[in-house]
Design a protein around this ligand. Structure first.
Ligand code: M6P
Ligand code: ZN
Length: 191
Protein backbone atom coordinates (compact mmCIF):
# COMPACT_ATOMS: atom_id res chain seq x y z
CA UNK A 1 0.00 0.00 0.00
CA UNK A 2 1.32 3.44 -0.87
CA UNK A 3 -0.14 6.30 1.06
CA UNK A 4 -0.72 9.81 -0.16
CA UNK A 5 1.91 12.08 1.43
CA UNK A 6 0.61 14.63 3.95
CA UNK A 7 1.18 18.27 3.10
CA UNK A 8 0.67 21.78 4.44
CA UNK A 9 -0.35 24.95 2.61
CA UNK A 10 -0.13 28.45 4.03
CA UNK A 11 -3.31 30.52 3.97
CA UNK A 12 -3.33 34.26 4.62
CA UNK A 13 -6.14 34.38 7.16
CA UNK A 14 -6.97 38.02 6.51
CA UNK A 15 -6.62 38.53 2.76
CA UNK A 16 -7.45 34.93 1.80
CA UNK A 17 -4.36 34.58 -0.39
CA UNK A 18 -2.91 31.06 -0.79
CA UNK A 19 0.58 31.68 -2.22
CA UNK A 20 0.92 28.06 -3.42
CA UNK A 21 -2.60 27.81 -4.82
CA UNK A 22 -2.92 25.25 -7.60
CA UNK A 23 -5.55 27.35 -9.33
CA UNK A 24 -7.02 30.84 -9.05
CA UNK A 25 -10.42 31.21 -10.70
CA UNK A 26 -11.49 34.78 -11.37
CA UNK A 27 -15.17 35.36 -12.03
CA UNK A 28 -16.24 38.55 -13.76
CA UNK A 29 -19.73 39.94 -14.25
CA UNK A 30 -19.83 38.41 -17.75
CA UNK A 31 -19.33 34.97 -16.17
CA UNK A 32 -22.51 35.52 -14.12
CA UNK A 33 -24.58 37.00 -16.94
CA UNK A 34 -28.30 36.64 -16.25
CA UNK A 35 -27.91 35.75 -12.58
CA UNK A 36 -28.64 39.23 -11.22
CA UNK A 37 -32.26 40.27 -10.97
CA UNK A 38 -32.02 43.70 -12.64
CA UNK A 39 -31.14 43.27 -16.36
CA UNK A 40 -30.76 47.03 -16.96
CA UNK A 41 -28.32 47.42 -14.05
CA UNK A 42 -26.42 44.37 -15.25
CA UNK A 43 -26.20 45.72 -18.81
CA UNK A 44 -25.00 49.14 -17.59
CA UNK A 45 -22.22 47.57 -15.54
CA UNK A 46 -21.23 45.11 -18.26
CA UNK A 47 -19.16 47.78 -20.08
CA UNK A 48 -16.73 47.64 -17.13
CA UNK A 49 -17.19 43.89 -16.61
CA UNK A 50 -15.96 44.11 -12.98
CA UNK A 51 -14.23 41.28 -11.17
CA UNK A 52 -16.82 39.97 -8.69
CA UNK A 53 -14.84 37.28 -6.89
CA UNK A 54 -11.92 34.91 -7.03
CA UNK A 55 -11.44 31.41 -5.73
CA UNK A 56 -7.98 30.21 -4.72
CA UNK A 57 -7.86 26.42 -4.75
CA UNK A 58 -5.29 24.99 -2.35
CA UNK A 59 -5.33 21.44 -3.67
CA UNK A 60 -5.86 19.19 -6.62
CA UNK A 61 -6.67 16.28 -4.36
CA UNK A 62 -8.17 13.35 -6.27
CA UNK A 63 -11.90 13.49 -6.93
CA UNK A 64 -12.66 10.42 -4.88
CA UNK A 65 -14.70 9.52 -1.82
CA UNK A 66 -12.85 10.28 1.40
CA UNK A 67 -10.68 13.08 0.00
CA UNK A 68 -11.12 16.76 0.88
CA UNK A 69 -10.37 19.92 -1.05
CA UNK A 70 -10.08 23.43 0.35
CA UNK A 71 -10.02 26.94 -0.98
CA UNK A 72 -10.47 30.58 -0.17
CA UNK A 73 -12.95 32.92 -1.82
CA UNK A 74 -12.56 36.69 -2.01
CA UNK A 75 -15.76 38.52 -2.97
CA UNK A 76 -15.20 42.16 -3.83
CA UNK A 77 -17.64 44.82 -2.56
CA UNK A 78 -20.22 46.14 -4.98
CA UNK A 79 -23.75 45.85 -6.27
CA UNK A 80 -25.65 45.24 -9.48
CA UNK A 81 -28.53 47.63 -8.98
CA UNK A 82 -29.57 46.98 -5.36
CA UNK A 83 -28.22 43.44 -5.35
CA UNK A 84 -24.88 42.77 -3.70
CA UNK A 85 -22.09 40.94 -5.56
CA UNK A 86 -22.40 37.20 -5.03
CA UNK A 87 -20.96 33.84 -6.11
CA UNK A 88 -22.74 31.80 -8.78
CA UNK A 89 -24.05 29.38 -6.18
CA UNK A 90 -24.49 25.67 -6.58
CA UNK A 91 -25.96 22.43 -5.35
CA UNK A 92 -23.42 19.65 -5.01
CA UNK A 93 -23.59 17.17 -7.89
CA UNK A 94 -23.49 14.54 -5.16
CA UNK A 95 -26.26 16.15 -3.14
CA UNK A 96 -25.47 14.36 0.11
CA UNK A 97 -22.06 16.06 0.45
CA UNK A 98 -21.74 18.79 3.12
CA UNK A 99 -19.30 21.72 3.28
CA UNK A 100 -17.73 23.97 5.93
CA UNK A 101 -17.12 27.69 5.53
CA UNK A 102 -14.98 29.79 7.87
CA UNK A 103 -15.31 33.58 7.75
CA UNK A 104 -11.89 35.27 7.51
CA UNK A 105 -12.67 38.95 6.97
CA UNK A 106 -15.43 41.30 5.93
CA UNK A 107 -19.19 40.87 6.17
CA UNK A 108 -21.09 38.24 4.28
CA UNK A 109 -24.27 36.29 3.99
CA UNK A 110 -24.32 32.59 3.29
CA UNK A 111 -27.61 32.08 1.45
CA UNK A 112 -28.87 28.50 1.42
CA UNK A 113 -31.82 26.96 -0.39
CA UNK A 114 -33.31 23.50 -0.07
CA UNK A 115 -34.30 21.60 -3.23
CA UNK A 116 -37.92 22.69 -2.53
CA UNK A 117 -36.93 26.36 -2.41
CA UNK A 118 -36.83 26.92 1.37
CA UNK A 119 -34.42 29.74 2.20
CA UNK A 120 -31.99 29.96 5.10
CA UNK A 121 -29.44 32.72 5.67
CA UNK A 122 -26.33 32.58 7.84
CA UNK A 123 -24.61 35.94 8.42
CA UNK A 124 -20.83 35.51 8.39
CA UNK A 125 -17.97 37.54 9.82
CA UNK A 126 -14.42 36.78 10.99
CA UNK A 127 -14.54 33.48 12.87
CA UNK A 128 -17.98 32.33 11.75
CA UNK A 129 -17.82 28.59 11.08
CA UNK A 130 -20.90 28.12 8.92
CA UNK A 131 -22.04 24.62 8.08
CA UNK A 132 -23.65 23.76 4.76
CA UNK A 133 -25.59 20.53 5.38
CA UNK A 134 -26.15 17.97 2.61
CA UNK A 135 -28.62 18.92 -0.16
CA UNK A 136 -28.68 22.71 0.40
CA UNK A 137 -27.67 24.97 -2.49
CA UNK A 138 -25.27 27.66 -1.28
CA UNK A 139 -24.27 31.12 -2.44
CA UNK A 140 -22.11 33.67 -0.61
CA UNK A 141 -22.78 37.39 -0.78
CA UNK A 142 -20.64 40.39 0.17
CA UNK A 143 -23.03 42.62 2.15
CA UNK A 144 -20.26 44.94 3.40
CA UNK A 145 -18.02 47.64 1.98
CA UNK A 146 -14.74 45.66 2.17
CA UNK A 147 -13.67 42.34 0.68
CA UNK A 148 -15.61 39.41 2.12
CA UNK A 149 -13.15 36.54 2.51
CA UNK A 150 -13.83 32.99 3.63
CA UNK A 151 -12.21 29.58 3.72
CA UNK A 152 -14.08 26.52 2.44
CA UNK A 153 -13.47 22.80 2.93
CA UNK A 154 -15.52 20.20 1.10
CA UNK A 155 -15.47 16.56 -0.02
CA UNK A 156 -13.39 16.30 -3.18
CA UNK A 157 -16.12 14.30 -4.92
CA UNK A 158 -18.95 16.77 -4.09
CA UNK A 159 -18.97 18.26 -7.59
CA UNK A 160 -20.96 21.26 -8.83
CA UNK A 161 -24.52 21.52 -10.09
CA UNK A 162 -24.85 25.08 -11.38
CA UNK A 163 -27.67 24.38 -13.83
CA UNK A 164 -30.74 24.78 -11.65
CA UNK A 165 -29.40 28.00 -10.12
CA UNK A 166 -28.65 29.34 -13.59
CA UNK A 167 -32.25 28.60 -14.63
CA UNK A 168 -34.27 29.70 -11.60
CA UNK A 169 -31.84 31.42 -9.24
CA UNK A 170 -32.48 31.39 -5.51
CA UNK A 171 -36.02 31.98 -4.25
CA UNK A 172 -34.86 35.08 -2.34
CA UNK A 173 -32.68 38.00 -3.37
CA UNK A 174 -30.37 39.87 -1.00
CA UNK A 175 -30.63 43.59 -1.72
CA UNK A 176 -29.56 46.78 -0.01
CA UNK A 177 -32.44 48.71 1.54
CA UNK A 178 -31.75 51.83 3.61
CA UNK A 179 -28.09 50.85 3.76
CA UNK A 180 -28.76 47.33 5.11
CA UNK A 181 -29.03 43.88 3.56
CA UNK A 182 -32.62 42.70 3.19
CA UNK A 183 -34.09 39.47 1.87
CA UNK A 184 -36.90 39.89 -0.64
CA UNK A 185 -38.72 37.28 -2.76
CA UNK A 186 -37.19 36.67 -6.18
CA UNK A 187 -39.98 37.65 -8.60
CA UNK A 188 -38.46 35.43 -11.30
CA UNK A 189 -38.28 32.33 -9.15
CA UNK A 190 -40.69 29.53 -9.93
CA UNK A 191 -40.83 26.03 -8.47
C1 M6P B 1 -16.26 28.21 -2.10
C2 M6P B 1 -16.44 26.74 -2.34
C3 M6P B 1 -16.01 26.43 -3.76
C4 M6P B 1 -16.79 27.33 -4.74
C5 M6P B 1 -16.59 28.80 -4.39
C6 M6P B 1 -17.38 29.76 -5.27
O1 M6P B 1 -14.90 28.48 -2.17
O2 M6P B 1 -17.77 26.38 -2.15
O3 M6P B 1 -16.25 25.07 -4.01
O4 M6P B 1 -16.35 27.09 -6.07
O5 M6P B 1 -17.00 28.98 -3.05
O6 M6P B 1 -18.72 29.39 -5.41
P1 M6P B 1 -19.33 29.03 -6.85
O7 M6P B 1 -18.59 27.80 -7.35
O8 M6P B 1 -20.78 28.79 -6.58
O9 M6P B 1 -19.09 30.20 -7.73
ZN1 ZN C 1 -20.20 23.69 -2.39
Amino acid sequence: MTYMPPFTKLVDLQAGIIPDAVMVQRRYLADLKGLFADPAAEAALMADNPLLYEVQEATENPIEEGQLRYSTTIIYPGKVGDEYFFTKGHFHAKGDRAELYLGLSGQGYLLLMSPEGEINVQPMKTGSAAYVPPYWAHRTINVGSENFVFFACYPADAGYDYASIAQKGFSSLVVEQNGHPQLIPNPKWAK
